[in-house]
Design a protein around this ligand. Structure first.
Ligand code: AMP
Ligand code: MG
Length: 348
């Protein structure tokens, strides 16, 4: 994985190109490729004059990870919440995390628990991200059945008591013994939400396309007036695109797939999207799901949720949230919501 990142960084030389926008001002194209949140961050920003920089956006992503989302870093709120599990104490959350958890809770309810950010015990037991990301060394092994059963019993959003006091924007939370949160399913989308809030305050930004791992934000316009084209990887050969989405304006696009993070053992692929009901990697007949939504938390959360639910239930869930989705089945079948059909073209 590290080798992959290094090759990617070496291969992409940051470029700076000049355009003229309709107002007659010169438009600069800023590009960067970095690593943050354990994934690749690619940015292309079109700016006039001084203002937004790719470094500022990278900093936002790092800050979100360090201050709020990480379950590894002591500085992060999620780490601290997890530390409180079983203490019987209540912890007051920031407004930001209160809002995030409230939306995740709704997604859990709407998916009958197939989406569950209180999946920490199962996610840690497998730690597919750790193995695939190279932080774990040695021989990957499938967890023991008994250990998995125990971990499954400790998961579930109901192990978390989240309460908003009347009129308050900050919730208080208390976690049962053994419970742990993992916001990996929404982290990349949340980063895009922060980036959008930043971009809209920077009046010199005319357009941008930023990807944080499998989640992409398109913003504003390209200087030449053409649409954004976002490639969707072929889950059966991620080095090539299955197709492309043609989009105008602001969109959030997230893909969850069994090819993104996985380990192989005895000829079986164990990927990083878990079925909370079994504790094993979700096996709903899908290889990937791409969701298009009007905010990052939703696109990212829904793509993970739809992957676990499978095509039929996933299709209904996406429509319930007014999102568009594209499902790629293990046998290669492609299915889309009607709105997605109009935006997606296969490569051939
Ligand atoms: P994504 O790549 O956005 O689909 O998110 C996958 C990550 O979300 C995993 O690495 C876990 O941290 C976490 N996760 C795995 N399964 C689930 C699930 N069923 N519900 C919520 N989070 C999950
Ligand atoms: Mg996700």
């Amino acid at each position: 994985m590290k080798r992959f990142f290094r090759r990617l960084l070496r291969g992409l030389i940051p470029a700076l190109t000049l355009f003229l926008c309709s107002c007659g001002q010169e438009v600069q194209e800023l590009q960067s490729v970095d690593i943050a949140m354990g994934t690749v961050i690619q940015q292309t920003i079109y700016v006039t004059g001084k203002g937004a920089q790719t470094e500022n956006i990278l900093h936002l992503i790092q800050q979100l990870e360090e201050e709020t989302l990480s379950w590894r870093l002591e500085t992060a709120e999620i780490f601290q919440v997890n530390q409180y599990a079983g203490s019987g104490k209540w912890l007051e959350l920031s407004e930001k995390l209160s809002r995030i958890l409230e939306q995740c809770q709704k997604l859990t309810e709407d998916t009958d628990g197939a989406f569950d950010v209180a999946l920490g015990p199962v996610a840690r037991l497998w730690d597919i991200d750790g193995w695939a990301g190279g932080q774990r060394t040695g021989m990957f092994q499938v967890p023991e059945v008994q250990a998995l059963e125990q971990a499954v019993a400790q998961c579930g959003f109901e192990r978390l008591n989240l309460q908003f006091l009347p009129g308050e924007k900050c919730a208080i939370v208390s976690l049962e013994e053994g419970a742990a949160m993992d916001l990996g399913a929404v982290g990349k989308g949340l980063a895009l939400d922060e980036i959008f809030s930043y971009l809209k305050t920077e009046t010199n930004v005319k357009g941008a396309v930023v990807s944080v791992g499998g989640s992409v934000l398109t913003y504003g316009e390209k200087p030449d007036g053409t649409a954004w084209r976002v490639g969707i990887a072929n889950p059966h050969d991620p080095s090539v695109n299955l197709g492309v989405l043609t989009l105008t304006g602001q969109w959030y696009i997230s893909t969850s797939g069994d090819y993104e993070r996985y380990m192989e053992f005895d000829g079986v692929r164990y990927h990083h999207i878990m079925d909370p009901a079994t504790g094993y990697p979700a096996d709903s007949g899908l290889s990937s799901v791409t969701v298009l939504a009007d905010n990052g938390l939703l696109s990212d959360g829904l793509s993970t949720a739809c992957f676990v639910l499978g095509r039929e239930k996933g299709m209904l869930l996406a429509q319930q949230y007014g999102a568009e989705a594209l499902f790629v089945e293990k046998d290669g079948g492609i299915f889309t919501t009607p709105g997605m059909d109009a935006l997606f073209q296969t490569m051939d």
